[in-house]
Design a protein. Structure first.
Length: 237
């Protein structure tokens, strides 16, 4: 069931069991008291088949996909993007994805076939491409998308991107996970370069303004003191 983390920020806990569960987030600016705006943004979309389904989560809240102004994708992994096809029947707006992962999908920059995740992505991009109907926009570091700022955070994927909303919410994707109330980094088998990933964590903490809500792709979001939790991870690294 969808859970409101703070005013205008909803968590969709999608999927069956770990590691096939992932979080998606709905940001409704019209419900935020400290933001002058009314955009509706979906961040990540889960697997192509989830229970509960992302459509049922939307319906339960009284929203429809047609109400969305945009979709933000943190990175190309199946548990974050492959549900997109189930949305596009009712949504024809822009979909944003980090430039490095766009280049993966269009073949402009293919990963090393001998790398464990590179080999997987070479297969996945052919079997599970983004739908041709998707209006995909390349995202680069520092881009402003509505009231979100994009931060390039490579390591987990070459094009991994964090989106920080002006209302003190950080959509962290798989840059970090949550475990027992603490932030941690993903395990090496699910990432391209752990050293680069750790550097992205450290750099992001230095570049971002403090935020309250840490909304990661896996684990329980941290609703208060999200930035402090990120800084604490930097100290442990």
């Amino acid at each position: 069931m969808a859970r409101e983390l703070t005013d205008g920020v909803w968590l969709f806990d999608l999927g069956f069991v770990t590691p096939f569960r992932s979080n998606a987030y709905l940001i409704d600016e019209s419900a935020m008291s400290d933001v002058d705006g009314d955009d509706l943004t979906l961040c990540d979309v889960g697997l192509w088949r989830n229970r509960p389904s992302i459509r049922s989560e939307f319906d339960a809240l009284g929203y429809g996909f047609k109400d969305l102004d945009r979709i933000l994708l943190t990175h190309y992994d199946l548990d974050h993007v492959s549900g997109l096809g189930r949305i596009l029947d009712d949504f024809d707006g822009p979909v944003y994805l980090g430039a490095g992962d766009v280049d993966l999908l269009n073949g402009a920059d293919l990963p090393d076939p001998l790398h464990h995740k590179g080999m997987f992505h070479r297969v996945a991009r052919r079997l599970f491409p983004l739908p041709a109907a998707a209006d995909v926009h390349r995202v680069t570091d520092g881009d402003r998308i509505g009231k979100f700022t994009a931060y390039a955070t490579p390591g987990h994927n070459h094009g991994h991107t964090v989106y920080a909303h002006d209302a003190s919410v950080a959509i962290l994707g798989d840059l970090v996970w949550e475990e027992r109330g603490l932030l941690t980094t993903p395990f090496w088998l699910d990432s391209y370069d752990m050293r680069e990933l750790r550097e992205s964590v450290e750099t992001l903490a230095d570049r971002m303004d403090p935020f309250e809500v840490a909304a990661m792709g896996h684990g329980d979001p941290i609703v208060g003191g999200g930035y402090d939790a990120l800084r604490a991870l930097v100290e442990r690294l």
